[in-house]
Design a protein around this ligand. Structure first.
Ligand SMILES: NC(=O)c1ccc[n+]([C@@H]2O[C@H](COP(=O)([O-])OP(=O)(O)OC[C@H]3O[C@@H](n4cnc5c(N)ncnc54)[C@H](OP(=O)(O)O)[C@@H]3O)[C@@H](O)[C@H]2O)c1
Length: 253
């Protein structure tokens, strides 16, 4: 199961998994995009808004009927929320929590019977596509960072709850990645931050590696983001001031 497979990191991940022989069920809302990709990689399509719990539960019921064992769930569907907590529309503050945080929670719960069945057959994996914004409170995208902090807490809690069950939970934390929803090279104001923008394929490779090597948490790329995450834990005030100086270009919020 790859959620958010209609573009960006999810699409690249589905391609990388299919190249390794996985049969992928592609989940998102844009049907044409999903059908084109499914045709290319030999996958299946499920239309679903991950923020809507009944929609996720109905999707899981359909998929589990076809595939009683789910060996891998990639919780990747997500959306941006550029702007500080005071700049963004209150509806966006709510929506980004529903999609980025709760979407993964609903998928993990709904697909759990399939993951448990796969665990009994030898092992299952859940990958939560978080972000460096899950460890660093990036004020220029305040509500987004809060949603990713919640998602990381969910991922770590789920990993602990499932330890020893045969279901391994991985968190992948990319830095800035150039995608449709996150056109970082155009929107980031800081030239320094723009220099660290990576491509969806880089993250897809990290996801495949995290599953193959059973890695708990992976930051992509390791430098400089791991260090910034550590600095956030040690000296949050200084990091907040540093990242607060960067932000988005005028007109991109
Ligand atoms: N790009 C970055 O800089 C970056 C960095 C760190 C982490 N991430 C995370 O990586 C993940 C993928 O983002 P991306 O950069 O690849 O962006 P993207 O190209 O905009 O892709 C987002 C995907 O999520 C799907 N999606 C959005 N809302 C959905 C919903 N309510 N229900 C189902 N699917 C939904 C979209 O499909 P539909 O519109 O067809 O539904 C699309 O397939 C997100 O969780 C994001 O937070 C991104």
């Amino acid at each position: 199961m790859v959620t958010g497979a209609s573009s960006g990191i999810g699409e690249a991940t589905a391609r990388a998994l299919a190249a390794q022989g996985w049969l992928c069920v592609l989940v998102a809302r844009r049907e044409e995009r999903l059908r084109a990709l499914a045709g290319e990689i030999g996958g299946e399509v499920e239309l679903c808004d991950v923020a809507e719990r009944p929609d996720v539960e109905a999707t899981a019921a359909r998929v589990l009927e076809r595939h009683p064992a789910i060996h891998l769930l990639v919780n990747n569907a997500g959306m941006p929320a550029r702007g500080t907590f005071l700049q963004v529309d209150p509806d966006l503050v709510e929506r980004v929590m529903h999609v980025n945080y709760l979407g993964g929670v609903w998928c993990a719960r709904a697909f759990m019977p399939g993951l448990e069945a796969a665990a009994r057959q030898g092992g299952a994996h859940v990958v939560n596509l978080v972000s460096v914004a899950g460890t660093v409170s990036f004020a220029p995208a305040g509500a987004y960072a809060a949603s990713k902090h919640a998602q990381l807490a969910f991922s770590r809690s789920l990993a602990a709850a499932l330890r020893g069950s045969g279901i391994n939970v991985h968190a992948v934390l990319p830095g800035f990645v150039e995608t449709e929803g996150f056109p970082q090279k155009n929107v980031l104001a800081s030239r320094l931050l723009r220099a660290f923008v990576i491509e969806p394929d880089d993250v897809a490779r990290a996801i495949v590696r995290a599953v193959a090597r059973n890695r708990g948490e992976t930051v992509v790329p390791w430098f400089p983001y791991r260090l910034i995450g550590i600095a956030q834990a040690l000296v949050p005030g200084i990091v907040a001031r540093f990242v607060g100086m960067s932000g988005y270009r005028k007109g991109s919020i």
